[in-house]
Design a protein around this ligand. Structure first.
Ligand SMILES: [Fe+2]
Length: 230
């Protein structure tokens, strides 16, 4: 019993040190964060959503309903079980050694040109807010979208202004193209945390088309990270 306690104690201390180095908005928890809505197939009838929690959340769900003018849509929401995948941030040496869980759900058989409301969570007490999006029209229709070039550097300090102003300029944009490079050093979780803090609620409601750039690809070990560049 003594041996087990000692080993457990060392493990806890390491985990604690890992978290100590992180900003509070980088730390995964039981609550969903880093929620991003993307396309999956026909934009008139489907969407995909992905989010993150800490490793204690092993089963996750998303709920979806047609929006109503009040909160009654909740009575008609449908639950979809998520696919849950563990990911070890510590595979990249400058990250804290944390296992996080990524969850994903595909919404399909949606009605075209319809406002839907969804939320993600553990199916019990840990939920995101309800988030709205509109499906595309089934036929040709004028549409508006936002295009971002490389966000890449100083994403929280400066790109936050750009994405927020873009949303004010085109609040009804149907989708957002994020041309790579989204961040500068591919596996550095701190930079992804910045990307989500800069525009998190927009990533969850404005369907994203993330396009990978060369800075989204770096060998996990050995070679130098790409320099701050274009
Ligand atoms: Fe770039």
């Amino acid at each position: 019993v003594l041996v087990v306690c000692v080993v457990f104690g060392v493990g806890s201390a390491r985990a604690h040190e890992n978290v100590e180095k992180l900003r509070h908005w980088e730390i995964p928890s039981k609550d969903p964060d880093r929620i991003i809505l993307t396309f999956n197939g026909d934009p008139a009838t489907s969407r995909a959503v992905t989010w993150r929690t800490d490793a204690t959340i092993e089963k996750a769900v998303a709920q979806i309903a047609e929006a109503t003018v009040n909160s009654k849509f909740q009575d008609h929401s449908v639950s979809e079980d998520a696919v849950t995948e563990p990911f070890d941030l510590g595979l990249y040496k400058s990250n804290a050694s944390l296992i996080v869980h990524y969850h994903s759900v595909i919404f399909d058989q949606l009605k075209p040109d319809t406002v839907y409301v969804y939320r993600v969570g553990d199916g019990d007490a840990r939920w995101s807010e309800w988030i709205q999006f509109r499906t595309a029209c089934a036929e040709y229709a004028p549409t508006q979208f936002i295009y971002f070039g490389d966000a890449q550097n100083d994403v929280l300090a400066h790109w936050s202004r750009v994405i927020r102003q873009a949303h004010q300029t085109a609040p009804n944009a149907s989708f957002v193209v994020h041309a790579g490079d989204l961040i500068n050093q591919a596996h550095r979780d701190y930079e992804w945390a910045q990307w989500f803090k800069a525009g998190g609620f927009l990533h969850s409601q404005c369907t994203a088309i993330p396009v990978v750039g060369n800075h989204e690809f770096t060998p996990l070990g050995g070679k130098k990270s790409p320099r701050r560049s274009k």
